[in-house]
Design a protein around this ligand. Structure first.
Ligand code: Q0Z
Length: 301
């Protein structure tokens, strides 16, 4: 099995950025995100893709933007220009079901992370300092414990490939100003509250998640992808067991395979056996079905 889309090319339409898994094109103030089927693990993009992963994550993002519409404005463009649609027409095959046409925003250079549970870089910081992004936490927390209340732990965007760096809220204020910082923090909590309650009702813990915001015509909009397994940690509530790392909802088969072959985590990254690809694809679909209540992907022409 591999009819995964690993890379896109849209002819004359200029590529603005290639992320680990998404390709970004721009025509004036209209941007086209295409989520490919690339998958990363241990900081590398792997040799194999997961068929439909880009469609699943894009359609999940669309679900969340709509679910959150009363809470926050977003960067989706309701009516792409006729000119853009005409330019994109020859590339329907690559784009269908996996693209997001959005308004160009002035992006805030901070990642807005909300954590309801202590994991990942938050756990590392806590072990080293007893706090995360300058927020003091109770002593005696175990890895993956639920926090007394969600915390806002901003990070500075480094560059593509580089790791974001946790910063204090004070540093965020210095970077974007007190008013924007307060508003992004308020919105981030409001979104996390609403999304984590929905996830919980479907048997999923939203352990933490990362948002990116920008300004469009002076209005704050939620941008980028939202609440996908690539930007969030979801754990099945049924197997939640603090006191260690939780298995990844989506990538555990991939990680287990990479550990089993004792890959040294240096380029070139390996390809995946079919069984790992198929099982991982099923996990992305499972998350999609649980969260959206839909049976499967919107079929595209
Ligand atoms: C998002 C990224 C990707 C590499 C730029 N609405 C917006 N306006 C302007 N810029 C962005 C957005 Cl979302 C924007 N990124 C992140 C995405 C590949 C980097 F697909 N960069």
């Amino acid at each position: 099995m591999n009819d995964a889309l690993l890379t896109t090319s849209l002819g004359e339409i200029p590529l603005t950025a290639r992320g680990k898994v998404r390709d970004l094109y721009a025509i004036g103030d209209e941007l086209v995100f295409i989520a490919t089927d690339r998958i990363s693990a241990f900081d590398h993009v792997l040799g194999s893709g997961i068929p439909d992963k880009g469609k699943i994550l894009t359609q999940l993002s669309h679900f969340w933007f709509e679910f959150l519409a009363d809470t926050v404005a977003n960067h989706l463009l309701a009516e792409p220009s006729a000119k853009l649609l005409e330019l994109l027409a020859p590339f329907k095959q690559q784009i269908a079901g996996r693209s997001m046409i959005v308004k160009r925003a002035e992006m805030f250079p901070v990642e807005c992370v909300v954590r309801g549970y202590i994991s990942g870089s938050g756990w590392k910081d806590y072990l080293a300092t007893g706090s995360v992004c300058g927020i003091e936490l109770p002593t005696g927390l175990r890895e993956s414990d639920k926090l007394p209340e969600p915390i806002f732990t901003p990070a500075a965007k480094i560059n593509i490939g580089g790791h974001d760096e946790n910063i204090s809220y004070a540093t965020m204020v210095e970077t974007i100003g007190a008013q924007y910082a307060a508003e992004l923090k308020r919105l981030s909590f409001a979104i996390y509250e609403k999304a984590s309650a929905h996830a919980a009702s479907k048997g999923l813990i939203l352990a933490d998640t990362k948002f990116e915001f920008g300004l469009v015509g002076g209005q704050i909009v939620l941008a980028d992808e939202v609440l996908t397994p690539d930007s969030s940690r979801y754990w099945p509530a049924i197997s939640y067991a603090p006191g260690g790392a939780q298995p990844s909802f989506d990538k555990q088969y991939v990680r287990d395979y990479l550990e089993s072959i004792r890959w040294n985590k240096q380029a070139p990254a390996p390809s995946l056996p079919d069984e790992v690809i198929v099982k991982t694809r099923e996990k992305y679909l499972e998350a999609f079905r649980l969260l959206t209540g839909r049976d499967g992907l919107e079929v595209n022409e």
